[in-house]
Design a protein around this ligand. Structure first.
Ligand code: ADP
Length: 529
């Protein structure tokens, strides 16, 4: 495809107005992969266009077909560790859906909202409060991204409806030829259960538009959690590294029997030190290579967070929550020295009871536990924040960037040990510190392991990308694949799914060719052409 830039940009301006098309060098700088090497702008786009309606998205797609220019669409472009707003290939026109930020409906009775792609978690949370609803959104740890973008990327949150693809219900999608399609019951004009019932008649198409380039999602229904009578934000602290398998096994049982209703997260000490310790790495260690085990013990002791810290929450009627907390105390009490604590909130006044975010005053390691618990309570009650951006305190915040490797494994103790040992070996060999969090659900868990580097140092960026590839390869040798990936490695990750001579890839490419033969929509996304 040879992009016809000169004719396409005026065509875009005609559709959305000149103020909503950016194409100068200076403007394009704002839309780069924020954590790529700062010295160059790889994959520089031709332009960025910001439509305000589904009709404008349709017109853009049609014009892109005429001018043979590829588009790359995103909702808010804030999935920084995976490439932000940047496209997989250079010279695309980025379609920013940030201006499509209306909350179209909130249904109190059936506990759902219908949102456009530019609606951020902050926006949904604030709108629910302002409009007097008693519904909680599910949000990820950082509240600045969009409800739609996060869902499409298989994102998770931490209220009982935290599996975002599962709580999605009803999409509106613009296809490459400009057709507008609705999924589920919404595919029937005037259907009254469009946002209540997940399935319609025939194959469920929704999943085809997640982590894919088959269409641009312009509207989505999302289920919400009715505010519970009480909410308890809880944690378990484990003193010994080797007790992780027991913690994972016990957690699985409590998830399978529904004592636990949300997705717990287990943090290693280093992850907490980075985000909440209030001091830089040099405070803890100035030697060569990774911080050694004794250093991590010292860290755990000063932060008072254990070698593993698991957060989880209980929701519902007061008697039930108190009884379930008793079950958790007894269950986790099987691990020697495990400390189980919970803080009970009145569901109607969680934000007030949370009070001010304490992180600003976290200047020393002994404040870390308080700040951490504050963040855990907030996110598990659907109150968005940017607290975890504090991660960058560890390095120089103005230049730090990260990539994530996030393999998925079965939720069993031995598997957790296997994944963590594999990662520890890789990080030790690379002389890096393993900062890990395990997001647990009843049958599988995802380990987010982070790779931090200086974005102004070309060699450091290249080394981090090489290391990411090593992790992907090593993980695959152990039988694991990541649930999501940075743009740079999408092809490699897609290639891991090789059953039946890559039957799934061939299936995806056949659908792609049927829907978008000219490859207009997000070429290269998830390794699909
Ligand atoms: P966030 O909500 O965290 O800002 P993004 O908007 O960056 O997330 O979305 C992450 C990825 O999901 C994008 O790179 C894109 O591939 C895909 N995506 C996001 N929104 C849409 C959409 N409305 N339609 C199609 N794909 C989308």
């Amino acid at each position: 495809m040879s992009p016809n830039r000169h004719a396409f940009i005026p065509a875009l301006a005609e559709i959305v107005g000149i103020d909503n098309v950016e194409s100068s060098e200076k403007e394009l700088e704002d839309w780069r992969d924020p954590y790529d090497y700062r010295g160059t702008h790889r994959r520089k786009p031709l332009a960025v266009v910001s439509p305000a309606s589904t009709e404008e998205v349709q017109a853009i797609v049609r014009a892109a077909g005429v001018h043979k220019v590829p588009l790359w669409s995103f909702s808010t472009g804030r999935n920084y560790g995976y490439g932000g707003p940047a496209s997989a290939t250079a010279h695309a026109v980025l379609v920013s859906l940030r201006r499509m930020n209306r909350i179209l409906e909130v249904n109190e009775e059936s506990a759902y909202a219908v949102v456009e792609p530019g609606v951020r978690f902050f926006d949904l949370y604030e709108a629910l409060g302002e409009r007097g609803h008693t519904l909680w959104p599910s949000i990820p740890d950082l509240g600045w991204g969009s409800v739609v973008g996060n869902t499409l990327e298989h994102g998770v949150g931490f209220t009982p409806l935290g599996d975002h693809p599962m709580r999605q219900c009803g999409m509106e999608v613009v296809l490459a030829d400009g057709t507008v399609l609705r999924t589920g019951m919404g595919a029937m004009e005037g259907n009254r259960a469009s946002y209540h019932a997940k399935r319609g008649f025939g194959p469920s198409a929704d999943g085809l538009f997640m982590q894919s380039n088959f269409g641009i999602v312009t509207k989505m229904g999302v289920w919400l959690t009715p505010r519970p009578e009480v909410f308890m934000s809880c944690d378990v602290r484990i003193e010994r590294e080797e007790d992780l398998p027991a913690l994972v096994d016990l957690t699985r049982k409590l998830l399978l029997d529904s004592t636990l209703q949300n997705s717990p997260i287990i943090y290693n000490t280093l992850r907490i030190a980075r985000a909440f310790g209030g001091v830089g790495r040099e405070y803890w260690y100035t030697g060569e290579g990774s911080i050694p085990d004794e250093g991590l013990d010292e860290m755990a002791s000063q932060l008072d967070c254990g070698r593993w810290f698991m957060r989880f929450a209980l929701y519902g009627r007061r008697e039930v929550v108190n009884a379930n907390f008793g079950v958790c105390e007894r269950t986790f009490g099987e691990i020697p020295d495990a400390r189980v604590e919970g803080r009970l909130f009145d569901g109607a006044s969680v934000p007030t009871e949370l009070g001010e975010d304490t992180l600003g005053s976290t200047q020393k390691p002994s404040d870390a536990l308080k700040a951490l618990r504050h963040q855990c309570a907030a996110v598990q009650a659907g109150v968005p924040s940017l607290t975890l951006l504090e991660n960058v305190r560890w390095e120089d915040a103005s230049v730090a960037g990260h990539l994530d490797y996030s393999p998925v494994a079965p939720t069993t103790g031995p598997e957790a040990e296997r994944v963590v040992t594999m990662l520890q070996r890789c990080y030790l060999e690379a002389g890096m510190d393993l900062s890990a969090s395990l997001m647990i659900s009843a049958r599988s868990f995802t380990t987010i392991s982070m790779l931090w580097y200086d974005t102004e140092d070309a060699e450091a960026v290249a080394a981090a990308k090489t290391f990411l590839r090593t992790l992907i390869k090593t993980g695959a040798e152990h039988g694991y694949a990541p649930y999501r990936s940075h743009l740079d490695v999408m092809d490699e990750v897609a290639h891991l799914f090789d059953f039946g001579h890559h039957a799934l890839s061939r299936f995806n490419n056949r659908i792609k060719y049927a829907l978008d033969p000219a490859g207009i929509l997000s070429p290269g996304k998830q390794g699909i052409l």
